[in-house]
Design a protein around this ligand. Structure first.
Ligand SMILES: [Zn+2]
Length: 278
């Protein structure tokens, strides 16, 4: 099991906080590269994005939060995905999805907050359907100050049912069923809940337990069809993940914090040099 742990740590797909040197040029760029077809280049944790589009701050069934962060750019596939999921939330009357970070205008590493989200194919979505947000557009200041509540009871592994509803289960299933979705990271307790509720389904394979992710879920799309330099991830395991591999997440080993490693600036593909310069 330790081997699995080490390999996932090396993959660096944790969304745990990471700070890259302040000289990170990717975070300073304010505009996407518009010329040519959209291309996700490199890996989710070491890559960039050409032809990004921005998610409009309001759409049917969703609202974008934390506008000041400027991390609302993605591959057009990601924007379409969010819009479609918003439609689902709207037609099923679940409330408004509150959308957190996508990526930067040209992707790349951020100054803080994420290791992934570099190729315009990752998005964080809050576990919160606010009745208020469903009937009105939130003000800019509300989008900065509202917080995304944890769905866990205190520091335990139990779901706080005051913060959880069937709506979250419906939206997670709807997202996982979309063919363009590669995987969705959730807190292990959320995965456990879904395993208890559902009979084995192929979509459940895509729901992956990960540290944190108790106040949002993280959707990752597959490499888009025409992104020839996009690096995908290792394939999902065959099982639905409701087995011993899930039990491990509640073990002392899983909860022991890994030794802090200095955060290394990821090495991006050479093609990204051009994306930054253009
Ligand atoms: Zn994320």
């Amino acid at each position: 099991m330790m081997k699995i742990l080490i390999s996932v740590l090396l993959l660096g797909i944790s969304s745990a906080c990471a700070s890259y040197p302040a000289s990170n040029k990717w975070a300073m760029v304010t505009q996407p590269v518009k010329a040519g077809e959209a291309q996700s280049i490199g890996a989710y944790t070491a890559g960039c994005l050409r032809g990004a589009v921005s998610l409009p701050p309001n759409g049917t069934g969703y609202q974008l939060m934390r506008l000041s962060r400027g991390r609302f750019y993605g591959h057009p596939d990601l924007i379409r995905f969010i819009e479609r999921l918003g439609q689902t939330a709207d037609t099923q009357r679940l409330g408004s999805l509150l959308i957190g970070d996508l990526g930067q205008p040209r992707g790349g590493p951020t100054l803080s907050g994420h290791r992934s989200h570099q190729t315009g194919l990752d998005v964080d979505i809050w576990y919160l359907f606010s009745p208020e947000a469903a009937i009105r557009n939130l003000r800019t200041d509300e989008r900065e100050t509202w917080s995304s509540p944890s769905v866990l009871a205190g520091k335990s592994d139990e779901i706080n049912h005051g913060q959880w509803s069937l709506s979250q289960e419906i939206i997670l299933e709807a997202a996982a069923r979309m063919p363009e979705v590669e995987r969705i990271f959730v807190n292990p307790s959320v995965k456990r809940l879904l395993c208890m509720r559902k009979t084995a389904h192929d979509w459940l394979r895509k729901i992956r337990p990960w540290w944190g992710h108790d106040d949002h879920f993280h959707v990752r799309l597959k490499c888009p069809a025409n992104s020839n330099h996009c690096l995908g991830q290792e394939p999902l395991p065959e099982s639905d993940g409701c087995d011993n591999s899930l039990t491990w997440w509640f073990s002392a080993e899983a909860k022991t914090p890994a030794k802090k490693q200095p955060v290394q600036t990821p090495v991006l593909p050479v093609l990204c040099d051009d994306v930054l310069k253009e």
